[in-house]
Design a protein around this ligand. Structure first.
Ligand code: SIN
Ligand code: MN
Length: 199
């Protein structure tokens, strides 16, 4: 099944529980090599999500601003994107290029993500593909321009969203998660993976 939220393709329940658990086991290996860190804005304000990444590039935000970076803040290269994650890209992205960044965001408690565009990538012919694991999240999509009408839906564990075509540069964000709605993650919360071609 496929739904559309203002041009964003949503595939509810794309990953079975078994596939979610296998992906999570792969992500634990990634996090062992590249631990979650607390990003801050250039003014030193902590973001409410914790982050890490896999692939050629990760995305970091610190006192120097936000940017793609080829190393974890601790200095090591990012681990490879797990095959279980790449498979989803192959199945749903419709893009010939491989993803260069798998950003891993951890939402706990009151974590959220304000409306923003993903626009730091050179080739926006490739979509942004996002995978939800763990607690439900209220995902909001607006327009390519700032302001105007927005609509939201609840993303659940195993759902995949693809922001491509006219929706590639749409404003989007996460209003809130529903803590305790899933028992997939140890310690609760939600992991969102976003896959992107960067260069
Ligand atoms: C993002 O836009 O970076 C995250 C979206 C999500 O968490 O679903
Ligand atoms: Mn985004």
């Amino acid at each position: 099944m496929k739904l559309s939220l203002r041009g964003v393709d949503i595939y509810p329940g794309f990953l079975t529980i078994e596939a979610q658990e296998a992906m999570l086991a792969d992500l634990r290996q990634v996090v062992r090599q590249a631990p979650f860190f607390q990003p801050v804005t250039r003014f030193g304000q902590p973001l409410s999500v914790r982050m890490t990444a896999a692939g050629k590039f990760g995305w970091i935000s610190d006192r120097g601003g936000y940017r793609y970076a080829d190393r974890h803040p601790q200095g090591q290269s990012w681990p490879a994107i797990p095959a279980s994650v790449l498979t989803v890209w192959t199945e749903l992205s419709g893009c010939q290029r491989a993803p260069e960044c798998c950003l891993i965001n951890l939402y706990r408690d009151a974590a959220r993500m304000g409306l923003h565009q993903d626009k730091d990538e050179a080739d926006v012919t490739c979509p942004v593909l996002s995978i939800s694991l763990g607690d439900d999240a209220q995902f909001r999509v607006g327009n390519v321009e700032k302001g105007g009408k927005t609509e939201s839906l609840w993303l659940r564990s195993g759902d995949v969203a693809v922001m491509g075509g006219a929706a590639r540069l749409a404003y989007h964000g996460v209003d809130k998660i529903r803590p305790g709605s899933s028992s997939l993650l140890d310690g609760g919360g939600r992991i969102n993976l976003t896959l992107r071609v960067v260069t």
